[in-house]
Design a protein around this ligand. Structure first.
Ligand SMILES: *[C@@H]1O[C@H](CO)[C@@H](O)[C@H](O)[C@H]1NC(C)=O
Ligand SMILES: *[C@@H]1O[C@H](CO)[C@@H](O)[C@H](O)[C@H]1NC(C)=O
Ligand SMILES: *[C@@H]1O[C@H](CO)[C@@H](O)[C@H](O)[C@H]1NC(C)=O
Ligand SMILES: *[C@@H]1O[C@H](CO)[C@@H](O)[C@H](O)[C@H]1NC(C)=O
Ligand SMILES: [Zn+2]
Length: 316
């Protein structure tokens, strides 16, 4: 009986030895390390995602990144794909990321999303422990590398731009380029062609100079510690129905599977920063928690000086 259950587990969860999952028992991000040793969160290892809080250092030399080709319509076509773990938009060549403290030029390869469920949020990074409804990752590979396997050997081989996605009552027409096409990639393995659009139209119009920077890892196996992370402070806003298209209309299983499973909560758990420095760009507001911090710690000192001054005047 037990053996049958165990066998069933293997079949259900990790039929593919190089596959991974999010929500099945014994096959969630906490156990990725069993199959992918580099996903083990050992002491002093630099994994992602992290919680962003006031333990942050301002770095005035971190200005806005240069997003080359993001404001034009690229030629050819792009491909939207459900890979069973996320919805991935594979973009052609023609877009490059540099500046903002990146020491190299990076080619944009793809973007993809992480989300929660109908009643739970699913961003990977958190801000003062708050989880946003979604997170978008734009993945860029250092241009000196001929392929991804070479980039995964370089401690700064990838630069990922992370954007929180929050929900409002208004439709985001630009986001519609992706959300309106989701029904074509509802099941694992499905792909659809997308007409290129300016990637910049997805991003926040203002406040692109406000971001956080740290060195971390891929948030999916093999969890390689090769990512220069840029997490933007100001979110992208989409509507409730656009969010629902991700949380309830995408499946982690193939169309002909005996049991279809919605793809939900496809985010990795938070990891400790250990000795890492998390930097805030020159224009970042830093966090509300941080803004309150100096005041809170200054208050008792201020009170003490008033008391001292008071007693000084008294003795005079
Ligand atoms: C600030 O950022 C620049 C550019 O990335 C970097 O060279 C420098 O080491 C950083 N300074 C600190 C104190 O982290
Ligand atoms: C989830 O997201 C909503 C909308 O942004 C927010 O109001 C709520 O506080 C978030 N919940 C958690 C637990 O972070
Ligand atoms: C990737 O690039 C490296 C370095 O040039 C090369 O040695 C390797 O064979 C390439 N791998 C693949 C799968 O193309
Ligand atoms: C966005 O930038 C504008 C102009 O610099 C600033 O006034 C505003 O407070 C920023 N918004 C946020 C949410 O930080
Ligand atoms: Zn991601």
């Amino acid at each position: 009986m037990i053996r049958t259950a165990a066998l069933l587990m293997i079949v259900v969860c990790c039929a593919d030895s190089d596959d991974y999952c999010y929500n099945e028992p014994h096959c969630d991000p906490y156990s990725w390390g069993d199959t992918f040793p580099s996903c083990h969160p050992l002491l002093e290892h630099h994994h992602s995602p992290i919680n962003l809080d006031h333990h942050m250092t301002r770095n005035d030399s971190l200005g806005p990144l240069h997003l080359e080709g993001f404001d034009v319509i690229q030629s050819g076509h792009w491909t939207l794909k459900n890979d069973g773990h996320s919805v991935v938009l594979q973009v052609g060549s023609g877009m490059e990321v540099s500046g903002g403290g990146l020491t190299d030029l990076y080619h944009t390869i793809q973007l993809h999303f992480h989300w929660g469920g109908p009643a739970s949020n699913g961003s990977e990074h958190t801000v003062d422990t708050r989880r946003y409804p979604m997170e978008m990752h734009i993945v860029n590979m250092k241009s000196i590398h001929p392929n991804m396997s070479a980039a995964l050997e370089d401690p700064t081989g990838l630069a990922v731009l992370g954007f929180f996605i929050d929900v409002v009552y208004a439709e985001n027409v630009h986001f519609g380029h992706i959300s309106q096409r989701l029904s074509s990639v509802a099941y694992k393995g499905q792909t659809t062609k997308i007409k290129p659009f300016p990637l910049m139209s997805l991003l926040p119009k203002h406040n692109m100079s406000q971001y956080y920077r740290y060195y971390g890892s891929l948030t999916t196996p093999p969890c390689s510690q090769v990512v220069v992370w840029t997490v933007y402070e100001v979110p992208i806003y989409i509507s409730w129905s656009q969010l629902a298209q991700f949380t309830s209309q995408i499946f982690s299983t193939e169309e002909d599977a005996e049991q279809v499973t919605p793809l939900q909560n496809n985010f990795r758990h938070i990891h400790p920063t250990f000795s890492r420095i998390v930097s805030a760009s020159k224009d970042a507001k830093i966090l509300k928690g941080a803004a309150g911090q100096p005041f809170r710690s200054a208050a008792p000192g201020l009170l003490l000086s008033i008391l001292l001054l008071g007693s000084f005047i008294f003795y005079l």
